[in-house]
Design a protein around this ligand. Structure first.
Ligand SMILES: Nc1ncnc2c1ncn2[C@@H]1O[C@H](COP(=O)(O)OP(=O)(O)OP(=O)(O)O)[C@@H](O)[C@H]1O
Length: 263
């Protein structure tokens, strides 16, 4: 369990996150949604120990995060930040193996190499193994970085917009793999997504942030409504449900301006 209690994050006069209380369970995929600039990245950075807590506490399986315990705290976390640059003179396979090196203090075994190759194969990117990462496309780099965090075998997985550069097939591949491994390995996974339908399809729990505050928390079928989405994004939408009761969101266009109709 990840327990976030009364969490407030401030930088100078700016409040990024205010009075957040959440309990996130092992084996569940939590997806954070919310408008731009509403505190999603700041929350992930704070959970990774990159942004100091102004107020409140965070505990992972009972262990509190403290400034002194940050190195060991981070060892249990797979963190994939937004827009990571990969201007390295390393192959894709070497970048994936780095996920293990951080844990094993620079010693590498055949098992580690085998696990890295397996991760590349599971994500259908084994053909990229020997390619220098600086020659890869944005989407290929994102898949390689995902393979790297998988290799950490984290207790807590923090992914900031992990599918932002991916085509439809790779979005589904990454999310399916994340959901499956989260349940199988008992990870606590937290991913930021902007695509509400992808969030609805894969989240066990949605964390809805608006203005740095928790607006809603729960399974997508309970949380997603046209009223909530309109309140958050100021865009008219319909929320429908498929035959399994899973919600999906359709944006509605305002009527075209009169001058277009007359042209
Ligand atoms: N280091 C910083 N210094 C000053 N302001 C910051 C800093 N980091 C974030 N902010 C501000 O905090 C607010 C929340 O930013 P954050 O990146 O957490 O939002 P977000 O919800 O992840 O946005 P997006 O969807 O655009 O990625 C924004 O107003 C941002 O400008």
């Amino acid at each position: 369990m990840l327990e976030i209690s009364d969490l407030t994050l401030r930088i100078g006069d700016l409040t990024l996150v205010q009075g957040l209380n959440l309990q996130l369970s092992a084996g569940q995929l939590h997806v954070i949604i919310g408008p731009n600039g509403t505190g999603k990245t700041s929350l992930l950075r704070a959970l990774f120990g990159e942004l100091p807590l102004t107020q409140g506490s965070v505990r992972l399986h009972g262990t509190p995060m403290t400034p002194h315990s940050l190195p060991s705290w981070r060892q249990g976390i797979g963190y994939m930040p937004q827009n990571t640059q990969l201007d390295l003179d390393l192959s894709a396979l070497e970048v994936v193996v780095l996920g293990r090196l951080q844990r094993l203090s620079m010693r590498l075994s055949d098992d580690d190499l085998g696990a890295a190759l397996e991760a590349l194969q599971a994500l259908d990117i084994a053909h990229l193994a020997d390619r220098p990462v600086h020659t890869l496309s944005g989407g290929q780099r994102q898949m390689v970085l995902f393979a790297q965090v998988l290799l950490r075998q984290p207790k807590l997985m923090l992914l900031d917009e992990p599918v932002s550069a991916l085509d439809l097939k790779h979005q589904m591949q990454l999310m399916e793999h994340l959901q499956m491994q989260t349940a199988a390995q008992g990870w606590i996974s937290v991913a930021v997504l902007h695509d509400l339908n992808l969030a609805a399809q894969f989240a066990d729990q949605l964390i809805v942030l608006g203005d740095g505050r928790l607006q809603a928390f729960g399974p997508p079928a309970q949380v997603l409504s046209s009223e909530l989405i309109h309140h958050l994004y100021h865009v008219p939408v319909d929320v429908h449900h498929d035959q399994d009761g899973q919600p999906y969101v359709r944006t509605l266009r305002a009527s075209p301006p009169r001058e277009y109709l007359m042209a």
